[in-house]
Design a protein around this ligand. Sequence first.
Ligand code: AMP
Length: 482
Amino acid sequence: MSSEAITSFENLGLAPEIMAAINQVGYTTPTPIQAQAIPAVMAGRDVLGIAQTGTGKTAGFTLPMINRLMKGRAKARMPRTLILEPTRELAAQVAENFDLYGQNTRLTKALLIGGVSFGDQERAIERGADVLIATPGRLLDHVERGKVMLRGVEVLVIDEADRMLDMGFIPDIERIVKLLPFTRQTLFFSATMPPEITRLSEQFLQAPQRIEVAPPSSTNKNVSQTLIEVAPMSKRAALRALFDREEVTNGIIFCNRKRDIGTLLESLQRHGYSAVSLHGDMDQHIRLKMLDEFKSGSAKYLIASDVAARGLDIPNVSHVFNFDVPSHAEDYVHRIGRTGRAGRTGAAYMLATRQDDKYVQAIEGLIKLEIPREELPGLDAAETDKPAAKGKPRRRKTDAKSDDPSPTGGNGTDNHAGRRRGLLGRNRRKTPNNKKPDATPTAEKSQNAKAEKTAPPPRKAKAQSSDAFDGNMPDFLKKQIK
Ligand code: AMP
């Protein structure tokens, strides 16, 4: 059956219990990755799925896995399927999906993630778990303690493989795969395919069906994209102007640096916007609280770092604001993918200074689209560059995660503003009446001064930890970690 022909979950061969669950959850049409992956997995084939989060890939592998598991029985300490996830939050999100889709079955799972006591996890394995959903490190801990045997694994899922690579988990994955039977079904998902991931996929998969639902460089057509040209010192004013003019249900604001998240949060709160923040250094409980406030609507804005927000599954985000232009073009795709999920529309704005030219160029090269430019009245980039141009020119650091001392979002200032016209100069529209705007309103100036004082000292860049917040935390897990 060709995937184009699949417009319903009927005829995929899924058990009635699963069909009932799909109905209960309210899905009517398989997403493109589901339409292609479900038949392939049901046919027992290995799958190489190139798909981002938000495409419905979790159900793409979970539904046929449940179908297979229903035909056998769990054995103590010998799980029949294994799902590897890079972070505990993603693992918890998948576990939640497994419960949802398996609600009419008696299948059991064990969620093996860090930050939770070994005892409960060991008991779940001991009782016999049909599926293990695990982060690599914690799974290996259990293996070393002799509590779990992987010889019975019939289906292996490696999810978010490129993320595993980023987080340094590939050696762990290779160790784990050596413990599995050679004859097994392997489903391998990755948003991008860097050479190392291609190598791994060739090593782990046998004659896989390659499924690519959207090239990793593509952005969702449901998301309108706009680039706002702005001077570094006017970014916060520009953001507020956008908030006031747009019909924002809720929005995620991305900053490149953790320290800027705090500064921006303080600024927005002071201006009366209900905002919370998320970044990888936060304590788990605080992150959950922040996310809950955003999801429940009590906070309208969430300020986040790339690490914190990747994989975040919040279906109704109306807007994404790039407070900084990301230095890695792929991050732009991931960021704006937080809106326009599950067929909804969304809007993405990016504040760009002239110093961002080369990063904007890289993004546009990747997405093969020139992002429409707009200037906000009173915030003309060329004019407002002037007050910021005093002193030495600062160069933007190339590492998006580095700490930049600039209180403006770290894109530096340009004292060659009059001479230099980069990419941002294309399609420029003049500010009406050639009005010279007040680049930095008084309130903003005093805030900037305060922000500089209150900003925490630069932290040393640290390796991403598996703590990186990456998804929703289901209630059952919240109870476990209380
Ligand atoms: P994922 O990419 O697996 O993280 O899924 C993204 C979101 O899409 C989740 O909120 C799912 O509940 C939702 N979803 C998955 N499959 C479908 C479907 N067939 N129809 C509507 N929503 C879906």
